[in-house]
Design a protein around this ligand. Structure first.
Ligand code: PEP
Ligand code: MN
Length: 257
């Protein structure tokens, strides 16, 4: 895990994870990863096991998708990030992927969390759509108590009464979690928004509020994405977000809150 040394998340290590919602094939993943790498991204995401609301939707390439991501990561020297959805895939994924993600639907999957406590890879724990801060931190404890303290929390929007956005991004989570815990917290504006037009403002709000990183769905042909096309942004938009980050973080570091 040498390449993770300078690439962890925390106040001194702001990182952006970007890539498509789902891995569709090797070539398109490689193309997306290369484009993102050329723009300064060092962590690439892509889902292989997609937990879709409808059984009729594309549910990912499965193990083959993980191998595509692992190979692209090796080829381009990028850190790979992907969601693990079930206990019997933990060892397989830990062999090939650098950072494992627990998706919102699995925040309460305690057997999965326990197994993730036994591996030596960072785990991004997304907040359940209706989980309180304490429930979220209690889930993190399942991983930490089992021996893995490399837990990164990810706020990705919660379910509220507002139907215009896919979820409601809870920006307060950043400050509240930082008061309650020492774990890094990153923000996924894509799933919160459900709409690419909202992603830049949510991303920058998160940076201004002190987030330790971002995870954003992005690929060269956003509207052609099989999964989550509406919320996927273009590499140009991502570059604009990246350009705004340093100044926002500088302002924040000067403020004594
Ligand atoms: C994802 O990141 O592709 C995803 C499905 O996210 P969430 O678990 O937050 O819905
Ligand atoms: Mn998605």
């Amino acid at each position: 895990m040498e390449k993770m040394n300078d690439l962890n998340f925390g106040p001194m290590n702001f990182n952006i994870i970007a890539g498509p919602c789902s891995i569709e094939d090797y070539d398109s993943l490689y193309e997306a990863a290369l484009e993102l790498k050329n723009r300064g991204i060092r962590m690439i995401r892509g889902g292989a096991y997609k937990l879709r609301t409808s059984v009729h939707s594309f549910r990912g390439l499965g193990d083959a998708g993980i191998m595509h991501l692992a190979n692209v990561g090796k080829e381009l020297d990028l850190i790979t990030v992907s969601e693990v959805t079930q206990t019997d895939k933990v060892d397989f994924m830990a062999n090939y992927i650098d950072i494992l993600v627990v998706g919102t639907r699995n925040m309460h999957n305690y057997p999965l969390l326990e197994l993730l406590g036994k591996i030596d890879k960072p785990v991004i724990l997304k907040r359940g759509i209706a989980a309180t801060y304490d429930e979220w931190l209690a889930s993190a404890e399942y991983i930490i108590e089992n021996g893995n303290n490399k837990v990164i929390l990810c706020e990705r929007g919660i379910r509220t009464f507002e139907p215009e956005t896919r979820y409601t991004l809870d920006i307060s989570a950043i400050s509240v979690i930082k008061n309650k815990s020492t774990l890094p917290i990153i923000i996924d504006p894509s799933h919160a928004a459900g709409n690419r037009d909202l992603v830049p403002s949510l991303a920058l709000a998160a940076v201004a509020a002190g987030a330790d990183g971002l995870m954003i769905e992005c690929q060269p042909n956003p509207s052609e994405s099989i999964c989550d096309a509406n919320q996927t942004i273009s590499p140009d938009t991502l570059s604009q977000i990246m350009d705004a980050v340093p100044e926002l973080r500088l302002h924040l570091s000067r403020m004594k809150l």
